[in-house]
Every structure is written in C-alpha cells, then in structure tokens.
Design a protein around this ligand. Structure first.
Ligand code: NAD
Ligand code: LMR
Length: 329
C-alpha cells in the first residue's frame, strides 16, 4: 500500500466520544479500508495522560492502516497539515451557566482552533464540529478561518438523521435500509426538524405510508429532537458510541458520496436556499459526490414543515447574534 496517509485531527480525544471514535478511524471506517491514517490528538493539559493511554491501546490493536499518533495540547501542532478535523472537545454546560456563558466558553475553544486551522491545515481540510452547540461552534471556527473555503466547515446532524431513520423504521416495520431521502433541518438542538415528507420507504412516500400526522407531531418529532436529553437521563452521560458512529458516517459520506437516489443531512453554511439566511450553519438535505456536497434543491416545503424549519433557523439566528455580540465572529 503506497498511498500517502491522511492526517486526521481529533479534539477532545480523551473524552467519551473520542474513545469510541479513534479505534474506528484507525481501522479504516472513516475514510475507507484502503486509506492509511495518521492521528493527531488534541487535548487540554489535564486530558493528555488519558489520551496517551488511549494511544497505547491503539498501538495494541496493531491496525495496519494506522501510520502514527501524535498527542498535543497545542492547536497549532494538532492542525498542522490536517486533512480532516473532528472537533469534538467542547465545554459542557454546568450548573448555573446561562446559554450566553456557554457560547462564550466555547468561543474560547473554537476561535483559536479555527485560527490554527486557517494557519496550518492542508488545502483540502474538511472540518466536522461535534462539540455542542455544534452549529454555532462551527460558525465560530469558520469565521476565524477566512482563508479556508467556508463550505469546509460543517456540523453534525447525522446522529439526528440516524435517530430519525431508526424511529421511522420502528413505526412502519420497514428496515432502515429501505428508507431514503429523510432530512434533518436546522439546529442540532431540540428545535431541529426531522422531515419525512420527501422520504421514501421502499419507494413509497413515507408520510403517506405513516398516514398519521398526530404521531408525526406528538411522537416522532419530539422523540428525535429530544433523544439526546433522553440518553443523558438514562445513561447519566451524553451519547457517545452513537455520536462517534454518526461522525464516522458524516465524514465517510462527505468523502465517498451518498448512495444513488438518496441524500443525507449535514449542517453546512447556508447559501440562502429554502429561506435560511446565507452563512448560518444549518442542516439541509445534501447529496455528496466527488468529495463535495450540494444542497438538494426544489423540494416543496408545506406549511407544517415551514413553521418548524423557521423556528429552528430563528434559534440559529439568535445564537449567531449572541456570538456576534461577544465579538466571536
Ligand atoms: N452533535 C452531536 O450530535 C453530539 C452528540 C453527542 C455529544 N455531542 C457533544 O460532543 C461533545 C463531547 O462529548 P463527550 O461525551 O466526548 O464529552 P467528554 O466530556 O467526555 O469529552 C470532552 C473532551 O474534550 C476535552 N476538551 C475540552 N476542551 C478542549 C480543548 N479546548 N481542546 C481539546 N480538547 C478539549 C476534555 O478534556 C474532554 O476530554 C460535547 O459537547 C457533547 O455535547 C454532540
Ligand atoms: O450532549 C448533548 O447535549 C446531547 C447530544 O448532543 C446528543 O444529541 O446526544
């Protein structure tokens, strides 16, 4: 195998998502079974020792595709030559913390990381932000990297997409692989809108197969949108393996493409499509091909969907205005 290894940087590498993510990257699930990788793990000083322990375990797996691991607490080192950056490490909300405090604390993480990406990453850098509030953290990082094309900054709604697939499969008795063209719109938050009006189940319109608007409004949408909170309640910690799995799916699809006749959901800088203000990092239906994504155009948006998309976009506008007021973008 003579291919040049791809440099993959993971922040928050010693956290719970990091632990579920790194072994799958190193075993070829992120980019492909024939693509060698070099890992760069970024942690805060307190996390370095645990990251070293994880690196020892990665060594002990003897992954043929893993061509090196570097651990650092310096973003300038972590993003040097990075081709793929998974920004997982973030400041969680703690007791007594207001939303503005959370945005400010995360600005202190994502702004310098965006600057380091701008200064040191490879020309083909692709960034996925997982750390919450993911859309707005991605906006902060993107604004700090003016030399990197804005579309390389994305945030994760693939976990919401996968959750919606699973709930819809359960309701209809279909297999997840029979479902196509489902969409998550908006923010990775409780305002997100999982849309099945354009989805298909074994070629039939999903909303018609379900034929139950009450289930849609009162069960499906809140179950998907509040699934993160339900998992925290049940596990006593936020989703980790499923979040890592979604991060793998997001980058794999971005690089290797969506299946013919299907699309996926990614939070990406808006080009103004579907009335979402340009520049907001909002989730859309996208098709990926040749390492690029494009928003699926021309979908008819009914009133039921319009109200819900607008509510989530309004929340994103508020978050953008808050970080703008803090001087973070
Ligand atoms: N978008 C999604 O769908 C989704 C899903 C689940 C979790 N999340 C979010 O992902 C984030 C990580 O979750 P987790 O469970 O792994 O958390 P965790 O607390 O287990 O790990 C976070 C890690 O990040 C590190 N970290 C903090 N600041 C850092 C910095 N400046 N640079 C590098 N590393 C830093 C911490 O030391 C810690 O090891 C959280 O914000 C969580 O809310 C997002
Ligand atoms: O960490 C959280 O707040 C929840 C997480 O974003 C999730 O969707 O599982």
């Amino acid at each position: 195998m003579t291919r040049t290894p791809v440099n993959v940087t993971v922040t928050g590498a010693a956290g719970q998502i990091g632990y579920a993510l790194l072994f799958r990257i190193a075993s070829g699930h992120l980019l492909g079974a024939d693509v060698p990788v070099k890992l760069r793990l970024l942690e805060i000083p307190q996390g370095l020792k645990a990251a070293e322990g994880t690196a020892m375990e990665l060594d002990d797996c003897a992954f043929p595709l893993l061509r090196g691991i570097e651990i650092t607490d310096d973003p300038n080192v972590a993003f040097d030559g990075a081709n793929v950056a998974l920004l997982v490490g973030a400041r969680p909300r703690t007791k007594g913390m207001e939303r503005g405090d959370l945005l400010e604390a995360n600005g202190g993480i994502f702004k310098p990381q965006g600057e380091a990406i701008n200064a040191h990453a490879a020309d083909d850098i692709r960034v996925l932000v997982v750390g919450n509030p993911a859309n707005t953290n991605a906006l902060i990082a993107q604004a700090a990297a003016p030399d990197v094309p804005a579309e390389r900054f994305t945030a994760m709604t693939r976990l919401d997409h996968n959750r919606a697939l699973s709930q819809l499969a359960k309701k209809t008795g279909a297999s997840v692989s029979d479902i196509r063209k489902l969409t998550i719109w908006g923010n990775h938050s409780a305002t997100q809108y999982p849309d099945i009006f354009h989805a298909e189940i074994a070629g039939k319109n999903a909303a018609e197969v379900v034929n139950d608007e009450q289930w849609l409004a009162d069960d499906f949408i809140p179950t998907v949108a509040k699934r993160g909170a339900a998992i925290i309640e049940a596990r006593g910690a936020s989703s980790a393996a499923s979040a890592a799995n979604a991060a793998i799916d997001h980058v794999h699809t971005w690089v290797n493409g969506t299946a013919e006749g299907d699309w996926t959901s990614m939070a990406i800088p808006s080009d103004g499509s579907y009335g979402v203000p340009e520049g907001l990092i909002s989730s859309f239906p996208v098709v990926c091909k040749d390492g690029k994504y494009e928003i699926v155009q021309g979908l008819e948006i009914n009133d039921f969907s319009r109200t819900r998309i607008d509510a989530s976009v309004d929340e994103l506008k508020e978050e953008r205005d808050a970080v703008r007021a803090l001087g973070l973008i």
